[in-house]
Design a protein around this ligand. Structure first.
Ligand code: ASP
Length: 345
């Protein structure tokens, strides 16, 4: 091979390795390296049902969360902190099914789940079914960093959060009228079905599980982290816990493969061990992150499940596949370019 040919080949290889590739249809806009991706849930999000004002609010919220995480990355903070910063913004925003604005259980309560994983150390933390912790992602991070455990549930998790000095609120803090009305609709829908005890799995009411939030980050030292936070599914019963706080299902991070946060019909993501499956496909089959993401969503779809995920590798390659009508999702590159998407096209 001539020296000039060799040079061109090397240059192409270098560009391929350095350029982030956000895969989902035409989403190949920026050629920079992605450092943070976020999602605000997948589901029946249709352009014709969205008012311009509502769409603007979603975009502003996603942008605010991106900026919070990006600021942490740019100030040299570790990836889990960037994940936490982005998720906190979304938890505080009542547009999303996490923190304030979470969906209601059948009994009219808000029971929140969250998890976080550090791709460098392999450490993880999660809380499930908590009702008074203002920011469940803070509690998940505290479990990871300040306890010898990985997952805490209910009262115990709340006691731990109090002892850690996290903000505790009255459960009414999480209430929004829109989610309350969503529960009433879901209860009416379920009354019409033959198997009401399985009703939280139904798709009769479009917003039944919309708005879970998640973030995956790549810090300046090249370390990855992932986190997810949710109120779960509207009308959930019997202490139901979804995939979001389950490490390997809704959240997973490993420096050598990817950071992953999932959203959608949690039972399917648990049964598929979805987030870990993506990592395993990269580790054992050398799949690029985008191909692994597509493969995982294909398997979920084949089982009858729906939803989406965000995934980021150490080179800043990103994937945001989903098999629902839409998914609130956004990304920011190392040089601060943002991309925000809601619908399929
Ligand atoms: N995966 C969540 C759950 O099943 C819901 C969602 O992502 O919308 O609890």
């Amino acid at each position: 091979m001539k020296r000039t040919q060799m040079f061109v080949l090397l240059a192409v290889c270098f560009l391929c390795a350095a350029g982030g590739q956000l895969v989902n249809g035409q989403e190949l806009l920026n050629q920079g390296r992605y450092v943070l991706l976020i999602h605000g849930g997948a589901g029946t999000i249709l352009r014709e049902k969205m008012s311009p004002a509502k769409e603007k609010n979603y975009r502003l919220a996603l942008e605010k969360a991106l900026k919070a995480g990006y600021t942490a990355i740019k100030s040299g903070r570790p990836a889990p902190e960037a994940v936490q910063a982005a998720i906190r913004v979304l938890e505080d925003d009542s547009l999303f099914n996490a923190g304030r604005g979470a969906v209601f259980t059948h009994d009219g309560k808000n029971e929140l789940d969250a998890s976080i994983m550090d791709g460098k150390t392999g450490k993880a933390g999660a809380v499930a079914g908590v009702t008074v912790i203002k920011n469940p992602i803070d509690a998940a991070k505290a479990v990871m960093e300040r306890s010898e455990h990985v997952m805490m549930a209910g009262r115990g998790a709340e006691l731990f959060a109090r002892e850690c000095g996290l903000t505790i609120v009255d459960p009414r803090y999480f209430y929004t009228e829109e989610r309350w009305q969503g529960l009433q609709r879901a209860i009416r829908e379920d009354a019409r079905k033959s198997k009401p005890d399985h009703s939280y799995q139904g798709t009769g009411y479009p917003d039944y599980k919309l708005g879970t939030v998640g973030a995956v980050a790549l810090d300046q030292e090249g370390n990855l982290a992932a986190g997810t936070s949710t109120g779960g599914m509207t009308n959930k019963k019997f202490g139901r816990i979804g995939d979001s706080p389950v490490i390997g299902a809704g959240t997973y991070a490993k420096n050598q493969t990817a950071a992953v946060s999932c959203t959608g019909w949690g039972e399917y993501f648990i049964r598929s061990v979805a987030a870990y499956d993506l990592s395993a496909l990269m580790e054992y089959q050398n799949m690029p992150v985008a191909a692994a993401g597509e493969a995982v969503m294909k398997k979920i779809g084949a089982l009858g499940g729906d939803g989406g995920l965000i995934a980021l590798d150490q080179n800043g390659n990103a994937a945001m596949p989903f098999n629902t009508a839409g998914m609130y999702r956004a990304a920011i590159t190392n040089d601060g370019k943002t991309e925000i998407y809601i619908y399929k096209d």
